[in-house]
Design a protein around this ligand. Structure first.
Ligand code: AMP
Ligand code: ZN
Length: 114
């Protein structure tokens, strides 16, 4: 997808601090971390938001959760706990229009979010 910053990261046009990659998914460090561990997990395929998840592509979301599980273990936050966040649309606070799951951990996260 043209002009999508995360597609450009997938395509190698924009660098990232890569944490995990396979044929469907890429995970990299958030450029503006909100916690000691703040990683974004994205599908390589351009999907705009959670609104575009359907029966055909939902397997990617399921796969992303298995990847999160591995990342949490590698990052040492599996036992202490962490948060998986997906912001959808304007009111959800989504600023990048390529679906992504934040993995936040390494500190005590407060609830509810703002
Ligand atoms: P959201 O507000 O849920 O759309 O989250 C977008 C996230 O992408 C923010 O936490 C940004 O810090 C992060 N971000 C934006 N550009 C980059 C980039 N080039 N590399 C890594 N993270 C980025
Ligand atoms: Zn994209």
């Amino acid at each position: 997808m043209e002009n999508c910053i995360f597609c450009k990261i997938v395509g190698g046009e924009i660098p990232c601090s890569k944490i995990y990659e396979d044929d469907k998914v890429l995970a990299f460090k958030d450029i503006n971390p909100e916690a000691p561990v703040h990683i974004l997990v994205i599908p390589k395929e351009h999907i705009q938001s959670a609104n575009e998840i359907n029966e055909k592509n939902s397997h990617i979301v399921a796969h992303i959760f298995t990847v999160v599980n591995k990342i949490a273990e590698e990052q040492g936050i599996k036992e202490s706990g962490y948060r998986i966040v997906n912001n959808c649309g304007d009111h959800g606070g989504q600023t990048v229009g390529h679906i992504h799951f934040h993995v936040l951990g390494g500190r005590n996260l407060t609830w509810p979010p703002g």
